[in-house]
Design a binder for this molecule. Structure first.
Ligand code: NDP
Length: 340
């Protein structure tokens, strides 16, 4: 019989692929949701459980409630902690992002401490915990971002989501070092793309693709470079870390590209079906109109037109990850959105 694994954020965009993978492998998945009565948020996973070897248990827990995960962790061998808000536009960065990320991580790891059964915790961090602005690479005299860097340029006022991720990951390492019952393994995905198993996620991944397809950037894209990775590869990396020896942090990115080149991948498949950008907006224009796209002047200055690179060799060598080509990721995501 396979082990029991606690998964937080299992109803989300990435989490649901992780839960699906675990159910297919026969695990008992103890998934936490904020409100068990909102069945529409996880029913699709109950259907997947019915068709597979594994079992799905739904438990209630909230990142912001101390002790909320304690009961659910008892009897689990491992925890996959994915829950954390991935929202860029928030009213109160402390309350809406940093508190759930940091207090949530403490609450989940304290539950691991109290459980007496948990031996491994896999934390979904982000490349946002590695760097904040693209210009950090130059400022830190790096040719690539690696697993050695921690984001030092984000704050509550500037890129608060990235700030929430670096604070949460640091908190996790701090708590992990104070005990010896379980080991911490961290996954740092870049921007996650690919088909969604559910249709209600608020993840920025889904929003980004919807914005591109709806023509939001048709008058011109911002020359912003992001790493991209397929959601199914991210799920596989989590499960690999669960089942095998792994240590430390792991950057995940199939490639780095700018928004225009990303859109060109859509155009290559779907021709003129969508109102896609045909060029980049000049940086000075973005400094003036950037707020329309939610971009502050500081963000434009430190990111637009500044390429970045990631060293992804650890994910390939240690996690044996074969990345899904971005073209396929994009095609599968658009096809899935069209079928909704
Ligand atoms: P989703 O919004 O789809 O999932 C977020 C999950 O967190 C949801 O299941 C949500 O539950 C849960 N959650 C949020 N707030 C709380 C809370 N207060 N208590 C309990 N659960 C909560 O986002 P993604 O799947 O994209 O993100 C999952 C993880 O991956 C996050 O940690 C994110 O930072 C990280 N990540 C994402 C990347 C991406 O490009 N998508 C890139 C790198 C990292 P509910 O359904 O109740 O809202």
């Amino acid at each position: 019989m396979k082990n029991t694994v606690l998964v937080t954020g299992g109803s989300g965009y990435i989490g649901s692929w992780v839960v699906k993978g675990l159910l297919e492998k026969g695990y008992t998945v103890r998934m936490t949701v904020r409100d068990k009565s909102k069945k529409e948020k996880y029913e699709f996973l109950t259907d997947i459980a019915d068709k597979n070897k594994g079992e799905l248990e739904i438990w209630e827990a909230d990142l912001l409630k101390k002790g909320s995960f304690d009961e659910a962790a008892v009897g689990c061998d491992s925890i996959l902690h994915l829950a954390s808000p991935f929202i860029l536009n928030v009213k109160d960065a402390q309350l809406d992002l940093v508190d759930p990320a940091v207090k949530g991580t403490s609450n989940v790891l304290e539950a691991a401490n109290k459980s007496n059964s948990v031996r491994k915790v896999i934390l979904t961090s982000s490349v946002a915990a590695i760097y904040g602005d693209a210009i950090d690479m130059k400022n830190q005299h790096l040719s690539k971002f690696t697993e050695n860097e921690f984001n030092t340029s984000s704050s509550l006022d500037h890129l608060p989501y990235s700030f929430s991720k670096v604070q949460a990951e640091k908190k996790a390492w701090e708590i992990a070092k104070q005990q010896s019952s379980w080991e911490l393994i961290v996954v740092n995905p870049s921007f996650v793309m690919g088909p969604s198993l559910e249709s209600i996620s608020k993840s920025e991944s889904i929003k980004f693709m919807r914005n591109i397809l709806s023509g939001k950037f048709k008058s011109g894209a911002a020359e912003l470079y992001f790493g991209y990775v397929d959601v199914r590869d991210v799920a596989s990396a989590h499960i690999y870390c669960l089942e095998n020896k792994a240590e430390g942090r792991h950057i995940l990115a199939e490639r780095v590209t700018d928004i225009l080149s990303f859109s060109n991948l859509i155009e290559a498949e779907y021709k003129d079906k969508y109102k896609l950008p045909k060029s980049n907006n000049p940086k000075w224009v973005l400094s003036l109109i950037g707020s329309f796209f939610g971009l502050s002047r500081k963000f434009v200055k430190n990111n637009v037109g500044i390429p970045i690179q990631f060293d992804t060799s650890k994910s390939i060598e240690k996690l044996h990850l074969t990345y899904t080509p971005l073209q396929q990721t994009v095609r599968d995501m658009v096809d899935q959105m069209e079928s909704q």
